[in-house]
Design a protein around this ligand. Structure first.
Ligand code: AMP
Length: 200
């Protein structure tokens, strides 16, 4: 069993699409993230599938020498093609358990392009941060302008008084994989003491 305690080796949780989208830039970016995690000697924690961008990030991370942990609900093993080549594939009973384990065993979260599952995971990690459930940095990799519409909506939400600027700034946005990873890693080491997930 792989030691999944965060801290010793930086663990990066990646949320991303179970599809690949319409632009090869998305898969390129997923591979760049996986490679950068491996090159830094860090660990990838992700949803455990072999489909879409999930498969790209995992395979690139493995090829670059990263430890890769997947967490997948039993019911999704067939649909998301549970990846058998990982250091550890943890099969859980529920989506809640998946998300809790992924969060507990990571030091920082990054969302890549994706669909409804990715949106949900990103917003959950971000809301948990602003509520103080954890103090782990949360980032968004905006590849090929995919999240431009979301980012302008968030500006609108600030302008319309439903989101504070401070809450908005808790989400770190970048367009380049390695630079965003390094920024979040620096933030993760600053908040290491307050990094544990806790119920409030
Ligand atoms: P998607 O972005 O929709 O392609 O999904 C990306 C990942 O999010 C997949 O591993 C999905 O299983 C997962 N996912 C789908 N729905 C949810 C949800 N409600 N909460 C958390 N993860 C989800």
């Amino acid at each position: 069993m792989v030691d999944m305690r965060p801290g010793a080796k930086l663990s990066i949780c990646i949320y991303c699409g179970s599809r690949s989208g319409d632009d090869p830039a998305f898969a390129d970016a997923a591979r760049a993230v996986g490679r950068a995690i491996g090159e830094r000697g860090w660990r990838l924690v992700y949803g455990g599938g072999r489909v879409g961008l999930m498969g790209e990030v995992a395979d690139a991370a493995l090829a670059a020498g990263a430890t890769v942990i997947g967490v997948i609900p039993r019911a999704l093993m067939a649909r998301e093609h549970g990846h058998r080549g990982l250091d550890e594939l943890i099969v859980v009973d529920t989506m809640h358990e998946r998300k809790r384990l992924m969060a507990e065993h990571s030091d920082a979260f990054i969302a890549l392009p994706g669909g409804i599952g990715t949106f949900e995971e990103l917003f959950e990690a971000w809301t948990w941060l602003q509520l103080g459930y954890h103090a782990k940095p949360v980032g968004l990799l905006n590849v090929a302008g995919y999240y431009d519409g979301l980012l302008s909506f968030l500006e609108q939400a600030v302008g319309r008084g439903f989101l504070s600027q401070a809450q908005r700034e808790l989400l770190g946005v970048g367009t380049e994989a390695a630079a965003l990873l390094d920024r979040l890693a620096a933030a993760a080491s600053r908040s290491a003491s307050g990094g544990d997930y806790r119920e409030i």
